[in-house]
Design a protein around this ligand. Structure first.
Ligand code: BGC
Length: 379
């Protein structure tokens, strides 16, 4: 009898332990971390845990970010009928990102955009980078910041906010200096999604951090972005050669297809731009304060998106190389111009262009830039 009771007791103890474990692992699977932020386990890469963090506000907006590549995977907003869909391209699971899509939503570094011939000089020394884009180096090289695992910082903010950190070693991808980088993402009640980049280095190095979200305000990547309208506060742009390296000239946009100084339909003159838009716009600005620099709008969904930045340039890329080979998580092909990027940044190839604003970070100096994407509905 005693033995039976002991057996029943053990069974209960076992069931209790099992229930407790399931509860704990369930909680770990979707853990509310602080006000408006939830963490889910998304898998692992190289033995490191990959999370998906979701920031929510009470205005119905929701942004998900993974610490794999410090990547924005989804931004849910309402359209004019109150229906929610994501205004950025992304996947529902980590496997989509491991198959190396062209930088969907990722944080780009150490140097966003192209460096000619994968080379630059600091003082007398020439540095060599991987040529991963024809003759040039693009978006940080073979394993840029979009393909590494970032470490999340503890979260204790009153707004839904997340900081991801990465330590890039001296010599990584050919760049000099140990660089410590932090990116803080914050979602406000006004549907502003703020991205704040900070970095320090122990040697002089070029740094150009940006985010590579592909926007389609319709929320439906099977509708291309050629009918969306764009305004860019730029009277000048940097023309490029056939490998998309700036020629060094700064040309006026007036009377060219690059004139977005008044809202213009993207498809209106894209046919006159060989290959489509993939150009850096020289933003009209007097200082480096946070300033409204671009507005994208879509009359069908009623959504618009404003871009504010402290950066001198904006790369407008009209998704020219998307060709339907990559599919959404629902299996829909992502075709040419299915989405566009508005990458706030220093100008491409700045390390080789003394006439462009310098992208060099010196030891002891702080790199700090801010970009805000604000989603809204037309009144
Ligand atoms: C570049 C494009 C490139 C795309 C994806 C953009 O930032 O300007 O030329 O194809 O990134 O790699």
């Amino acid at each position: 009898m005693k033995n039976r009771l002991f057996g029943v007791g053990r069974l209960f103890a076992f069931l209790f332990a099992f229930a407790l474990l399931s509860f704990v692992s369930c909680r770990d699977y979707k853990t509310p971390l602080s006000r408006g932020i939830i963490r889910s386990n998304w898998g692992s890469v190289g033995g490191k845990i990959i999370y998906l963090f979701t920031l929510k506000n009470s205005s119905g907006s929701e942004v998900s970010i993974s610490n794999y590549g410090s990547t924005i995977t989804r931004w849910l907003t309402q359209d004019k009928q109150g229906l929610k869909s994501s205004i950025v391209l992304g996947f529902d699971s980590l496997s989509g990102y491991l198959s190396k899509p062209p930088y969907f939503g990722a944080t780009i570094g150490r140097y966003g955009n192209r460096i000619a011939k994968g080379e630059f000089k600091i003082g007398e020394r020439t540095y060599h980078l991987a040529k991963n884009n024809g003759p040039n180096s693009l978006h940080g090289g073979l394993r840029g910041f979009d393909k590494v695992v970032w470490d999340p910082s503890p979260i204790n903010d009153s707004l839904p906010s997340l900081t991801l950190n990465y330590g890039s070693k001296d010599g990584e991808e050919g760049y000099p200096g140990n660089l410590l980088v932090s990116v803080t993402f914050t979602l406000t009640e006004e549907n502003e999604f703020r991205i704040e980049y900070s970095a320090h280095s122990d040697q002089t190095t070029p740094v150009n951090l940006t985010n590579h979200s592909y926007f389609n305000l319709s929320g439906d990547p099977s509708r291309n972005i050629l009918g969306e309208r764009l305004w860019i506060d730029a009277n000048y742009y940097t023309p490029v050669d056939s490998t998309l390296i700036p020629t060094g000239k700064i040309d006026p946009v007036k009377d060219t297809p690059f004139d977005f100084t008044k809202p213009e339909q993207i498809g209106a003159r894209i046919g006159e731009v060989p290959g489509g838009y993939d150009h850096n716009f020289v933003l009209n600005r007097k200082d480096s304060l946070l300033q409204l620099v671009a507005r994208l709008s879509d009359s069908v969904s009623g959504r618009f998106l404003e871009v504010y930045t402290t950066e001198p340039g904006l790369q407008f890329y009209s998704g020219n190389f998307l060709d339907g080979r990559i599919k959404t998580s629902e299996g829909k092909p992502i075709g040419q111009h299915a989405a566009l990027c508005l990458e706030t940044q220093h100008f491409p190839d700045s390390p080789n262009e003394p006439g462009f604003p310098s992208s060099l970070l010196n030891p002891g100096d702080a790199y700090h830039t801010v970009t805000v994407y604000k989603a809204a509905l037309a009144k």
